[in-house]
Design a protein around this ligand. Structure first.
Ligand code: HEC
Ligand code: HEC
Ligand code: HEC
Ligand code: HEC
Ligand code: HEC
Ligand code: HEC
Ligand code: HEC
Ligand code: HEC
Ligand code: HEC
Ligand code: HEC
Length: 307
């Protein structure tokens, strides 16, 4: 017998011995949802109405007839004893462990890219903080109505919600838009889990396509800085959601010969040219730069963004 074959024989013998050894307490086995139904009729009926009913016919992954146990694990012991200690309840697990229950099926779906890196995952906000499987709450398994989503997000993000109470803002308080129009609650590759447009452009372009360009004459500030350099996306006290009360102060942050007050190197690098001398900055006429520089986000015809 060659050496490898000898080794194989050795391990086969070990395995056989292992089977003879006194077995540990037999683990629970799968019994099927109909067994659960006998005691949890209401939950069984509710699942039939929910999207997770799809699991019930999932022959491919072997969960057909075992929907309950796809999340709660094998339930034979619990079905006998009816003891809470013998069944997995995700609500009693650490968030990361509870998430693993869901991710065995929901991993690598497009909406979940970056999920593991998301602020929510890092801060123990589990799937079930937002999704109620047995849908007792007002929000159900997944909230789709903008008002319901906003309410859910606002329950933890009071300060973000407060910003939407300012005079100039997207119409979230009216229920016309929601936080997930701009944020992916499951995570994203952009800062602050913001939505993306096309490859890796700001999600703002999903609605404000006219600002996307490409323009013959780009305004470097729009192209290379984020929209929030000039706008407050959550709302502002200033018209057009600008970061400053008057347009000129937005512009003069960069178009000045004064050294930048900003400590960030990105901001220093973005300093623009000084407006030409005929710009009399003391005259009210020059208060609103965009009366002349109308194509502030980029122009197809004019280098100076005038039209
Ligand atoms: C013989 C009746 C019976 C059957 C069959 C049964 N359960 Fe239960 N189950 C109970 C009772 C009673 C409780 C409440 C136990 C308690 O609170 O101490 C319970 C509680 C639970 C809990 C909550 C545990 C916790 O931590 O609070 C889960 C989850 C659960 N059952 C899932 C299942 C699943 C899945 C099945 C099918 C595999 C199943 N049950 C079958 C009687 C049953
Ligand atoms: C998609 C995953 C999933 C499926 C499928 C599922 N459950 Fe649950 N179940 C949960 C989670 C998560 C909780 C914890 C409560 C919560 O966070 O909403 C839970 C809680 C429970 C509880 C505790 C009482 C309660 O309502 O909180 C019982 C009992 C239960 N499930 C039984 C069942 C039964 C019976 C089935 C099949 C008919 C089933 N579950 C199917 C995920 C699931
Ligand atoms: C055994 C596989 C499986 C597990 C485990 C599972 N799901 Fe699902 N889930 C599905 C399937 C299949 C659907 C329905 C088809 C679809 O929309 O992808 C679904 C649908 C959903 C939906 C609704 C989708 C919609 O469009 O309405 C949400 C939300 C969801 N699951 C969350 C969860 C959460 C949270 C958990 C963990 C507690 C979980 N799921 C565990 C397979 C699973
Ligand atoms: C901070 C709240 C929050 C957390 C945490 C969260 N979700 Fe969601 N989820 C949502 C919202 C809101 C939607 C609806 C998105 C929409 O309509 O665009 C959603 C949608 C879904 C959908 C439906 C498909 C889709 O993308 O529209 C699935 C499936 C889902 N979530 C699964 C999960 C799983 C699995 C986890 C944990 C790994 C999780 N979610 C964590 C809020 C959350
Ligand atoms: C259960 C509480 C809870 C809910 C519900 C919740 N969040 Fe969060 N969220 C957190 C925590 C905790 C953090 C991390 C700490 C922080 O940045 O405030 C966070 C962080 C964030 C961040 C910052 C990400 C970053 O990288 O800086 C965004 C954006 C966010 N959440 C959006 C949402 C949206 C949109 C919803 C609704 C779909 C939502 N959250 C619902 C608790 C929650
Ligand atoms: C119009 C798009 C838009 C909407 C709608 C929106 N956000 Fe944001 N949010 C942003 C952008 C862009 C940033 C990044 C700001 C930055 O990095 O300076 C951000 C940052 C955040 C942050 C992290 C920074 C901070 O301010 O703490 C949280 C948390 C957040 N948003 C929560 C929410 C919540 C909750 C809602 C819904 C009530 C919401 N956002 C709606 C665009 C939006
Ligand atoms: C889901 C679509 C949508 C997304 C995404 C979106 N917006 Fe808007 N935005 C609108 C609509 C609709 C208006 C019109 C104003 C209203 O609703 O009252 C608007 C108005 C504005 C205004 C002008 C307000 C005024 O007073 O005229 C600014 C500035 C703005 N958005 C910036 C942004 C920025 C920056 C982002 C990305 C962080 C963004 N938007 C993402 C839909 C969107
Ligand atoms: C360099 C500063 C600056 C940047 C960067 C910037 N904006 Fe603006 N934006 C302005 C000014 C100034 C106005 C007001 C124009 C006026 O007074 O008519 C404005 C107005 C708007 C308006 C409302 C009026 C209109 O033209 O539709 C929207 C929407 C808007 N911006 C979206 C965006 C989006 C989306 C981005 C990111 C791609 C962005 N802005 C980046 C300065 C900027
Ligand atoms: C974040 C910094 C920043 C802000 C804010 C900003 N700009 Fe600019 N702007 C630049 C940079 C950088 C350039 C292009 C390069 C240069 O200055 O040579 C530029 C170019 C321009 C040009 C074209 C000049 C040329 O020769 O290319 C005009 C006109 C202009 N900006 C006007 C404005 C107005 C009006 C505002 C206010 C609504 C404004 N900018 C806000 C950074 C900024
Ligand atoms: C009355 C109309 C008008 C107003 C208001 C105005 N500009 Fe101009 N601006 C112009 C014209 C015209 C040019 C082009 C000059 C040329 O062709 O050399 C110009 C050019 C510029 C340039 C490009 C300089 C260069 O060397 O390329 C910058 C930067 C600029 N303006 C900034 C501003 C800022 C910042 C404000 C607000 C404080 C402002 N402008 C207000 C008409 C105006």
């Amino acid at each position: 017998m060659s050496v490898p074959l000898l080794l194989v024989a050795f391990f086969v013998a070990r395995l056989a011995l292992g089977q003879d050894a006194p077995a540990p307490i037999a683990p629970a086995t799968y019994v099927g949802s109909e067994v659960c139904q006998t005691c949890h009729e209401d939950l069984f009926n509710a699942i039939l109405q929910s999207p997770h009913q799809a699991v019930n016919s999932d022959k491919k992954h072997g969960w057909d007839g075992k929907t309950c146990e796809s999340c709660h694990g094998p339930g034979s012991k619990h079905a006998e004893s009816a003891s809470a200690a013998e069944i997995k309840n995700p609500a009693k697990l650490a968030p990361a462990a509870a998430d693993r229950t869901c991710l065995q099926c929901h991993l690598n779906q497009p909406t979940h890219s970056g999920r593991i890196q998301s602020s929510h995952a890092k801060n123990q906000v589990s799937c079930t903080a937002c999704h109620q499987i047995h849908a007792k709450g007002p929000l159900g398994l997944v909230s789709r109505k903008p008002a319901a989503i906003n309410e859910q997000c606002a329950s933890c993000h009071a300060s973000a919600w407060a910003q939407f109470q300012r005079p100039y803002k997207h119409r979230l308080p009216e229920g016309a838009m929601s936080c997930v129009d701009c944020h992916n609650p499951h995570g994203s590759f952009r800062p602050s889990m913001t939505q993306t447009f096309a490859a890796n452009e700001p999600g703002c372009f999903r609605c404000h396509t006219d600002k996307r360009g490409p323009f013959t004459f780009e305004h470097a500030a729009v192209r290379f800085e984020s929209c929030n350099r000039c706008h407050e996306p959550h709302g502002s006290s200033n018209p057009r959601m600008l970061v400053r009360q008057e347009v000129r102060f937005v512009c003069l942050e960069c178009h000045t010969n004064l050294p930048s007050q900003s400590t960030s190197t990105a901001a220093r690098a973005a300093l623009g040219v000084v407006p030409p001398a005929f710009h009399d900055l003391r005259s009210p006429r020059y208060r609103n730069c965009t009366t002349c520089h109308q194509k502030i986000h980029g122009s197809h015809v004019d280098r100076n963004l005038l039209r």
